[in-house]
Design a protein around this ligand. Structure first.
Ligand code: MSP
Length: 472
């Protein structure tokens, strides 16, 4: 019997110490474009999403608000689920790290890894914002203050369990160098390989008296897992590992993460997988950051732009259009309201006007029963495969702009007066070509692509009752 392997795409699971912010949208949008593309290519896709619900930051936030921690994370996890849906993204699996099944599975994973785990005393510089120890070198380079959180590092000393990364370093290096585990973009791959050289063993637990909100370490009541083992494990516990065989789904086709957490996904995660005897993911995509007015956005700094406000302004399509065409997959990209409005106007001018003009002319000339052109766009698939989604979308957009140009040049309204048949042919061809673009358009702006397909395949083509993108 032949079983079709599933194409498994994962997203980072955000901490639920607050509302979703704009940066979180990037993981989901990129995953969604890839998901839609893979489906278009005939694959069966699993897309995971989830929430990272342990750690002292979350515990403190809940206490501050006077809410029981579980209730606090329940509320926030629901907000993230709503947020993902509001972006037009459909996941197949959702994992919460406080879920009892997840916790049990993590403990089993820990036990399986026990040959590579040891206990040791740790003393080092720690950022409470990052919830992470930094090396002395990093501490000195940053003059003792975390650049992300603008908080001084504190000296911490405690007992921790460690994962012996050194057991796997050579294997990890080989996998990454040979692209067996392919890191995109290449400059991040190089950056990471440099980092891997001096990567120390990692602390994977904290004393329970320091962090009480966590998964208990099996066999040691005094420690909880912290944070990365129980967070990273989500990608396989959600599939049922180790209780179920996951080989139809794992290894993942693509794991999508922000550039800041690539090192955990390229270093610690492969070590865990190798320790478990599981295959490594095929691809790790590290996307850039969204900045606001040129500044890094962060919950701790407090300059976070509320994505819901942007969504409310003009709806979903302009949101996806901005972040998928004007934000680069791999570089940092900036958001400002001015740029957003300019992008909205562009969308209205290029696509909104095109639909308005074409439908008006089609109605006048009684065009109906259109065939969808079979449009290939040179280089589109290559760009998609290289994860250059914004550049692939750009190619689709060039075709849309080209249709506008063709209307201007072929002047079907003038032609209608002298040669109505020729005018009808021109209009039918233009409309069929626009229809032919809808599949590719639907990877990026699915709602609008569907609307346009509906308009042009209707028995009678009529202009939309409301312009697609009304002037504000
Ligand atoms: N909980 C960890 C991830 C664990 S994955 C096993 C975490 N959470 S986070 O909430 O800080 O970040 C979640 C995702 O959002 C990460 O991929 C992160 O890179 C991304 N982003 C957070 N801020 C961002 C921007 N400003 N821009 C783009 N993505 C950013 O890390």
């Amino acid at each position: 019997m032949f079983f079709m392997k599933e194409t498994y795409i994962t997203t980072a699971i955000p901490y639920v110490n607050g509302n979703p912010h704009l940066g979180h949208a990037m993981d989901y949008l990129l995953a969604d474009v890839l998901r839609r593309y893979m489906i278009m290519c005939g694959k069966t896709v699993r897309l995971q999403a989830g929430t990272d619900e342990h750690g002292s930051k979350i515990f403190k936030k809940a206490a501050e608000q006077g809410i029981p921690t579980q209730e606090f994370v329940d509320q926030n996890a629901a907000k993230f689920q709503d947020f993902i849906h509001s972006l037009g993204v459909e996941y197949t699996d959702f994992v919460r790290t406080t879920n009892p099944d997840h916790k049990k599975r993590c403990q089993k994973i820990w036990t399986k890894l026990s040959d590579h785990i040891y206990k040791d005393k740790y003393e080092g510089w720690y950022c409470e914002g990052c919830e992470n120890f930094v090396t002395d070198k990093e501490h000195d380079e940053n003059n003792g203050v975390c650049p992300d959180h603008k908080k001084p590092y504190v000296k911490l000393s405690e007992e921790n369990y460690y994962l012996r990364i050194s057991d796997f370093k050579d294997q990890i290096r080989e996998a990454i160098e040979s692209d067996e585990l392919k890191i995109t973009p290449t400059f991040r791959k190089k950056e990471f390989l440099n980092l891997l050289k001096d990567m120390p063993d990692v602390s994977i637990s904290r004393p329970k008296n320091q962090v009480e909100w966590g998964v208990a370490v099996p066999g040691d009541e005094s420690q909880v897992m912290y944070v990365w083992i129980d967070a990273l494990a989500n990608y396989i516990t959600v599939l049922g590992y180790p209780d179920k065989d996951i080989s139809d789904t794992w290894p993942a086709h693509t794991q999508i993460v922000g550039k800041d957490i690539l090192r955990f996904h390229a270093g610690i995660w492969p070590a865990i997988l190798l320790g478990l005897g599981l295959p490594l993911p095929k691809n790790l995509l590290a996307h850039g950051f969204i900045t606001a007015n040129g500044e890094k956005m962060s919950k701790s700094i407090g300059n976070v732009i509320d994505p819901v406000e942007i969504l409310d302004k003009h709806g979903l399509t302009p949101f996806r259009y901005y972040f998928l065409r004007h934000a680069s997959t791999t570089e940092d990209s900036d958001f400002t309201w001015d740029k957003y409005e300019a992008s909205y106007n562009e969308l209205a001018n290029d696509l909104g006007n095109l639909v308005q003009r074409l439908t008006t002319l089609c109605k006048k000339n009684e065009i109906a029963g259109l065939e969808r052109s079979n449009l290939e766009i040179d280089g589109f698939d290559e760009l998609m495969e290289k994860y250059e989604f914004n550049n692939a979308f750009e190619l689709v957009w060039k075709e849309i702009q080209n249709l506008n140009k063709r209307i201007d040049e072929e002047k079907p309204w003038a032609l209608a007066k002298t040669d109505p048949d020729a005018a009808r042919q021109v209009l039918a061809k233009l409309s069929s070509d626009l229809l032919g673009l809808c599949d590719k358009m639907s990877l990026f702006i699915p709602d609008t692509a569907e609307k346009i397909a509906g308009i042009f395949t209707a028995e009678q083509i009529t202009p939309p009752a409301e312009p697609l993108f009304p002037k504000a």
